[in-house]
Design a binder for this molecule. Structure first.
Ligand code: AMP
Ligand code: ZN
Length: 112
């Protein structure tokens, strides 16, 4: 999607600090980290949010979770949180599916 910020990052039109990349997904550090370690994992195909996941595109979500597990292990994270915001009220600001991976500080439950 040409006017999507994360599609532009995937295309290399906007720089990012890469954690991991393969043919299906990209992981990069959040520009405004909310924890000592905070990176995002996104599919390379444009999906608006979890609300647009269906039987036809769900395989990328499973793949992203394997990447999250692998990269968290590689970074030595033994406790972390995975978050995906859907819609305005939940705090979604970029309409391209992404999973936040946050680690390195105490976290509250329920989330704010
Ligand atoms: P959300 O608010 O859940 O949609 O998450 C979007 C995230 O993207 C926020 O945590 C932003 O800090 C992050 N973000 C926005 N622009 C960039 C960028 N150019 N590089 C890395 N992260 C970004
Ligand atoms: Zn996009």
């Amino acid at each position: 999607m040409s006017d999507c910020l994360f599609c532009k990052i995937i295309a290399g039109e906007i720089p990012s600090s890469k954690v991991y990349e393969d043919e299906k997904c990209l992981a990069f550090y959040d520009i405004d980290p909310q924890a000592p370690t905070h990176f995002l994992v996104i599919p390379k195909t444009h999906i608006g949010s979890v609300a647009e996941v269906n039987e036809d595109n769900a395989a990328i979500v499973a793949h992203i979770f394997t990447v999250i597990a692998q990269q968290a292990k590689k970074l030595g994270l033994d406790s972390y949180r995975v978050v995906s915001n859907i819609g305005d009220q939940a705090g979604q600001t970029v309409p391209h599916l992404h999973f936040h991976v946050l680690s390195g500080r105490d976290m509250t439950w329920p989330p704010g």
